[in-house]
Design a protein around this ligand. Structure first.
Ligand code: RFL
Ligand code: PHB
Length: 402
């Protein structure tokens, strides 16, 4: 058995784990990351594209912002196309000048991985059988297998950054946590292509045949999504089928100028709202998707992971620099307040912009629910105060001090 000592054990080398590790290192707090898959596998997962200001500032604080600040695109607005019209949400004008940055999660992850390697910080990729021990006691530890040998990682604290399916959340006894969940009756089929995007700004589209999103990664790389039933698989959709359906759902003038081409990635993500309460148990802190999932409609998943990281980073800094452990119990409260705002916004945007068909999840007839949502769009998209509410939440609510 090999033994390693560190201050903070981080489980998961997704954006949450990597960003936390980098920030802690800046404060001289030692940390080791355990990751189940290879670095290339992590980089192959095509996910978020929109970063809030708070996230970008945290990446700058971690000293890893150079490429994000040169290659990332500043987006001052987004469009919502619905009911035959295009509505412009002027993010910058409707907030205090706030904007979002369009820069892929893959790129942020790559930048963080490179910085970690450069700083000589340890990540065990392809770690097996990761198990957490003694999380409510003085000396927690994590055991794992690596290249055929067994390891024990002794630590002061554990950050569970291991996504929705990781072991951290399950370590909290079932009678000590409450899980809230809403599974939606559809998923998003995403397609990445090296084609010029159809629009400079993102277009969220509500159409008769379902939701679509026109997003981008750069002037030459597009990312599009279609709402699809849960019964289909990626193999059911050829590239030609995808482009044809996308044209049907985009506003007519955008569809007319759409440039199509071969896909370089295609995948389906189910839509879910999920929150685990509390997010801290003894010496274990849940961070990001390990504690909460949002449907991607509000572009909030990665951004909520970042606000968790910001809160935990403050707590760890206070523990190690000021010997203040009282702040530990504030983590859940502070993180969850912002998480629930993001959950509500993502749920609401999803309700407004998707077709729910015959699903009656709200205790009312599906046609009645659709009418409520028609009215919701009518009010929020046609009035400036409505667009202001959307803009404020889209750019992100402020971070709270712990
Ligand atoms: P991750 O990225 O899932 O990383 C968790 C890591 O933990 C590892 N792991 C383990 N490691 C060791 N031992 C084990 N037993 C382990 N089990 C798991 C996993 O291999 C993985 O590497 O969680 P993290 O770091 O919290 O990051 C969260 C984000 O990835 C997620 O919230 C966003 O991608 C959500 N999301 C979006 N968020 C935004 O803010 N803006 C967006 O525009 C946006 N678009 C999206 C999205 C998510 C999508 N999908 C596919 C779900 C678009 C899509 C389509
Ligand atoms: C993306 O570009 O992948 C993306 C952008 C905005 C969203 C979801 C996904 O709301």
């Amino acid at each position: 058995m090999n033994t390693i000592d560190t201050q903070v054990a981080i489980i998961g080398a997704g954006p949450s784990g990597l960003l936390l590790g980098q920030l802690l290192d800046k404060q001289g707090i030692s940390n080791v990351i355990l990751e189940r898959v290879t670095g290339d596998y992590v980089l192959g997962r095509i996910r978020a594209g929109i970063l809030e200001q708070g996230f970008a500032d945290l990446v700058r604080e971690a000293g890893v912002a150079e490429r994000m600040d040169t290659e990332g695109e500043i987006h001052e607005g987004v469009e919502i196309a619905a009911d035959g019209e295009r509505f412009h949400i002027d993010l910058k004008g409707l907030t205090d000048g706030d904007v979002v940055i369009c820069y892929g999660q893959t790129e942020i992850t790559r930048d963080l991985m490179d910085a970690r390697a450069e700083a000589g910080l340890k990540t065990y990729y392809e770690a097996t059988d990761v198990e957490l021990h003694n999380v409510t006691e003085e000396n927690p530890s994590v055991t794992f297998g690596y290249q055929g040998e067994q390891y024990t990682l002794n630590c002061d604290y554990i950050a569970g950054c291991d996504g929705f399916y990781g072991p951290s959340r399950q370590t909290i006894p079932a009678d000590k946590r409450t899980e809230h969940e809403r599974v939606y009756p559809f998923g998003w089929l995403g397609l990445l292509s090296d084609t010029p995007p159809v629009s400079e700004e993102l277009i969220y589209c509500k159409s008769e045949s379902g939701f679509a999103l026109a997003s981008r990664r750069s002037a030459t790389r597009s990312r599009y999504y279609l709402q699809v039933p849960l019964t289909v698989t990626v193999d059911d959709w050829s590239d030609d089928d995808f482009w044809e359906e996308l044209k049907r759902r985009l506003p007519a003038d955008a569809a007319a100028s759409l440039v199509t081409g071969p896909s370089i990635e295609k995948s389906i993500a189910p839509l879910r709202s999920f929150v685990c309460e509390p997010m801290q148990y003894g010496k274990l802190f849940l961070v990001g998707d390990a504690a909460h999932i949002v449907p991607p409609t509000g572009a909030k998943g990665l951004n909520l992971a970042a606000s968790d990281v910001a809160a935990l980073y403050q707590i760890m800094t206070r523990i190690y620099q000021e010997n203040d452990t009282d702040c530990i119990s504030r983590y859940s409260e502070v993180a969850l307040r912002r998480v629930w705002h993001g959950e509500r916004f993502s749920w609401w945007m999803s309700n407004m912009l998707h077709n729910f068909g015959d699903e009656v999840a709200t205790g009312m007839q599906s046609e009645t629910f659709a009418r409520f949502m028609d009215s919701e769009r009518d009010y929020y998209l046609r009035s400036e105060e409505g667009r202001k509410v959307i803009a404020r939440q889209y750019v992100g609510l402020p971070y709270e001090e712990v």
